[in-house]
Ligand binder design. Structure first.
Ligand SMILES: Nc1ncnc2c1ncn2[C@@H]1O[C@H](COP(=O)(O)OP(=O)(O)O)[C@@H](O)[C@H]1O
Ligand SMILES: [Mg+2]
Length: 246
């Protein structure tokens, strides 16, 4: 199994006026192909800071980061953006979809940077990604015509469309009710079973039980890193009342 992510002694310090905030204080771990990892911890522990670095949205103050064997240090901003577009699918708590733009067009967006694809191929790949998340009937809907759970599915399809080496999600279920959260976790479990490597940030212990490994962050340090037997999200759905948010 290849190592998709490798970090060594990663630190991130923010300067706030005269004060230095040490959000990450030298953390190291690896994530192998096929893993489904949750990064847990209370608010302010450094989860988002870490995920933003893993997603090439931010750089460490010091330490090493390799994604799919490629070191990110000494890369220009443009190179980082390309790396991010090719290697990473990022999912935000707030979906970050473009308004007044159909689900299909939202999912096609990451492919616009790839000029080897024809518009027909772009459309086919976006349609395939939307059907992977169960939204084949909602391709022409605008975000405001979709429920929260459906909007998050569009965001997951957009993250999948480039076939990234890893999906990174920051509190992806944070705006969703319990049932919809379990549905989204069930979708992540299906994608993971098909081989997709996933790292997921959450502050909810309940959500972390659906992943195979839990990394616990506190005050910028890893305090625990354990493999666990995941619960099946689809089983948790049995008996929960239906809602229209699917
Ligand atoms: N851009 C920033 N500027 C200054 N401080 C920041 C910035 N981002 C995060 N921090 C600080 O770093 C620490 C970790 O924050 P964060 O990674 O957002 O934690 P979490 O996602 O676990 O809640 C906090 O003390 C936070 O205030
Ligand atoms: Mg956060």
């Amino acid at each position: 199994m290849g190592e998709i992510i490798k970090i060594k002694e990663l630190r991130r310090t923010f300067q706030m006026g005269n004060e230095e905030i040490h959000a990450l204080k030298g953390i190291s771990f690896g994530i192998s192909e096929g893993e489904f990892v949750s990064i847990m911890g209370s608010s302010g522990g450094g989860k988002s800071t870490l995920l933003n670095i893993l997603g090439c949205l931010d750089r460490p103050t010091s330490g090493e980061y390799y994604i799919d064997g490629i070191s990110i240090s000494k890369r220009t901003r443009a190179e980082l953006a390309t790396l991010r577009n090719r290697k990473i699918g990022f999912i935000f708590q707030s979906y970050n979809l473009l308004a007044r733009t159909t689900a299909l067009e939202n999912v096609e967006l990451p492919l616009l940077y790839n000029n080897t694809l024809s518009s027909k191929e772009r459309k086919e790949r976006a349609m395939h990604a939307l059907s992977q998340v169960g939204l084949q009937d909602r391709m022409e809907h605008m975000p405001n015509q979709l429920s929260g759970g459906q909007q998050q599915r569009v965001a997951i399809a957009r993250a999948l469309v480039n076939d990234p080496v890893i999906l990174l999600a920051d509190e992806a279920t944070g705006n969703l009710d319990t049932r919809t959260s379990y549905e989204i976790m069930s979708l992540f479990q299906k994608l993971n079973l098909k081989g997709k490597t996933i790292a997921f940030v959450t502050h909810e212990p309940d959500i972390a039980t659906f992943t195979n490994r839990i990394i616990q962050l506190r005050d910028g340090h890893i305090i625990k890193d354990t493999e666990v037997e995941p619960k099946l999200a689809s089983e948790m759905l049995v008996g929960l009342p239906q809602n229209e948010d699917y």
